[in-house]
Design a binder for this molecule. Sequence first.
Ligand code: G3H
Ligand code: 13P
Ligand code: ZN
Length: 337
Amino acid sequence: MAMVSMRQLLDEAAAGGYGVGAFNVNNMEQIQAIMEAARETSSPVIIQASRGARSYTNDRFLYHLMQAAVELYPEIPVALHQDHGNSPETCFSAIDQGFTSVMMDGSLLADGKSVSDFAYNVQVTREVVERAHAVGVTVEGELGTLGGIEDGVGSGEVHLTDPDQAVEFVEQTGIDALAVAIGTSHGAYKFSRKPDGEVLAMNLIQEIHEKLPTTHLVMHGSSSVPKELIDIINQYGGEIRQTWGVPVEEIQLGIRHGVRKINVDTDSRLAITGAIRKAMSDDPGEFDPRSYLKPARAAMQQVIAQRMTQFGQAGHAGDYEPRSLTEMRDFYAGAAA
Ligand code: G3H
Ligand code: 13P
Ligand code: ZN
């Protein structure tokens, strides 16, 4: 199977009423962990690479590792997605590198830090949609900025997504998927207590979905930051403060209200780090990298397989025939006509 369009994965998820995890990767072991978890649970999946990941892998390693993944797991529909593209140029270079989906994150300026305005966001996102759809590639946009409601982490300013503005944004850009800001942030330190409606605005998802029933919603910063994973890290010499992530039941509530793509990176990082710390501590005389990378890969596979089951994508890998990007290009051309 070739890499598939993210739009198709999300359309199928909407029809089936489930969500699809989008898992970040930086190396071979992470790709292997995700593909094994996908096989174990029979899940379609989105693999995503940040700008940092693309620079770490120098693009070409990533491209060829993904080719190996589709060759070795032909039964798994997999989309390769640019996470948080900071400019149209970043998105265009991802398309040139064979990504089947890109995120134009115009909620921030190209420095990836400063908050932009609506007109800028529409302009850069629209530019990416025109070029991406012309070759069948999916586009995710973002409206509002991530960051904790409690303390304004992330961009430093919290701008929750405004549902009416979301309608205008989707109409003016033609995006396939919309990332919404509801109070989550990237990384391990999202909430200082189990989040409730005061710090995690799940009600916004419901409101946006009612106004935009056919737009696929995306939840960023959606790691659940399980205490068990933090405990392993701390038991073996790590120092992670007490913290809360996004409870899986909140994500499942989102999925019932139009969330189709769920971004998870931190949970994988925690699983890997805990396993490596444990392996090194259990056998301090060992220095074969495989002695810690194998348990790290297995730990990541375990958490990803669990998320695939919780998000509902498990069991859906064989539901449909993947459409080529050429077919998707024709689909977009038809929709525009
Ligand atoms: O966007 C956040 C993801 O967790 C990627 O993080 O930029 O450190 O690769 P990164
Ligand atoms: P986490 O840090 O919660 O895993 O979020 C990842 C993410 O949103 C990547 O875009
Ligand atoms: Zn994100």
